[in-house]
Design a protein around this ligand. Structure first.
Ligand code: CA
Length: 369
């Protein structure tokens, strides 16, 4: 009896010591804190896309009980917006929030993960990225730079752009000077438009002074905030060139590896949350902003003419195919992207699209009336 009790007591004491050790280790880990810098490609607190990083920082702080904090820097505060990727690759910032087509100079194939003219919309992109192999390819593309990437928000279908005169056919585009970045800009260029590149901050002044005749920016929510209605009368839809822009959260590989597993999981979960949240904010705010533009600022809302859309689609196929041929990796991404788009388009023809048609057979838009 005595021996058994003694053995039990020793065993219990041993277990208690073990628990104490585990407890101490957990406590030590819990006390280790990480203070990261997050460089972004947007003005600080910019509506929509600029709110994403702010919410991410709040979420991570709460979920980790302050063990991981992210200090958000607007474009130009830590590094210029177009240098976010380098800053993360070099470790100047542990992470960044941006859009992959800004890095086409480093990796042209990065454009597939931001916006493809006549490509997939936000819902379809998210499906491809998270359940169709897209994220694996995106990470494979960034791996040589020591950068880990996750999708971190989407704009939804953008607007076709602001024009200072009415566009009734492809001929009206000839000779216009327009700001439109990325693959869409290349398509417009082949339709006779002189494409002018400039940072977001210069768009309004350039349009107002007549240095450019037209511009695209994002959608009603951001375009209203930028005051673009004061510089051009005609607002065209749809944004064929950007059926969404996917935004990205990029993390320095070594910084990510330095985090304990639970903080990595918290960071990834919070980014996934923000990925949806940014899209939700755009979906909610674009409607009201469009009403304000049309009803309070007398903006002329117009659909792009059929011949412009048809010609843009024909040329887009060429431009995207040329990108696919630019490297082995670009070809691999294109194959995956286009195969997924073909399948999801088939299904969406009898689901989303058939439903939109059934819900609104005339294609009425209250704002346009
Ligand atoms: Ca845009």
């Amino acid at each position: 009896m005595q021996r058994t009790s003694l053995t039990k007591a020793i065993t219990l004491a041993g277990a208690a010591t073990g628990l104490l050790l585990i407890g101490t280790q957990a406590q030590a880990q819990a006390q280790e804190t990480f203070e990261w810098k997050m460089a972004t490609a947007w003005p600080k607190n910019f509506p929509g896309v600029g709110q994403g990083p702010e919410r991410l920082a709040e979420l991570v702080d709460k979920m980790s009980d302050g063990r991981l904090t992210l200090e958000v820097f607007g474009a130009g505060q830590l590094v210029p917006g177009f240098e976010v990727f380098d800053a993360v690759a070099e470790g100047t910032a542990e992470m960044g929030h941006s859009a992959s087509y800004y890095w086409k100079g480093k990796a042209p194939a990065a454009q597939f993960f931001a916006a493809v003219p006549f490509g997939m919309n936000a819902q379809e992109m998210n499906a491809w990225l998270h359940y169709g192999g897209g994220m694996e390819l995106w990470n494979e593309l960034y791996e040589p730079f020591g950068v880990d990437v996750m999708a971190a928000g989407a704009s939804g279908v953008q607007m076709g752009g602001w024009y200072n005169e009415e566009i009734t056919s492809v001929d009206d585009l000839d000779g216009l000077k327009m700001r439109m970045p990325g693959l869409g800009g290349e398509v417009m260029n082949r339709m006779g438009v002189a494409i002018v590149n400039m940072p977001g901050g210069e768009i309004f002044t350039s349009l107002q002074s007549g240095a450019i005749d037209a511009t695209e920016w994002i959608g009603p929510y951001n375009d209203l905030a930028f005051g673009l209605y004061q510089a051009a009368d005609y607002y065209y839809y749809p944004g064929w060139h950007e059926p969404t822009v996917m935004f990205e959260a990029i993390v320095n590989d070594e910084a990510m590896a330095s985090l304990p597993d639970d903080l990595q999981a918290i960071l990834r979960t919070a980014i996934r949350d923000v990925n949806q949240d940014v899209l939700d904010e755009y979906t909610a705010r674009n409607n009201d902003a469009l009403e304000t533009l049309v009803n309070e600022h007398d903006v002329e809302l117009r659909r792009l003419p059929d011949d412009v859309l048809a010609e843009a689609q024909r040329i887009s196929d060429d431009v995207v195919a040329e990108l696919a041929e630019s490297s082995e990796m670009a070809g691999k991404i294109y194959d995956s992207y286009s195969a997924f788009q073909e399948k999801v388009e088939d299904y969406h023809a009898i689901s989303e699209q058939a439903y939109y048609d059934a819900r609104n057979p005339q294609g009425d838009t209250a704002s346009a009336e």
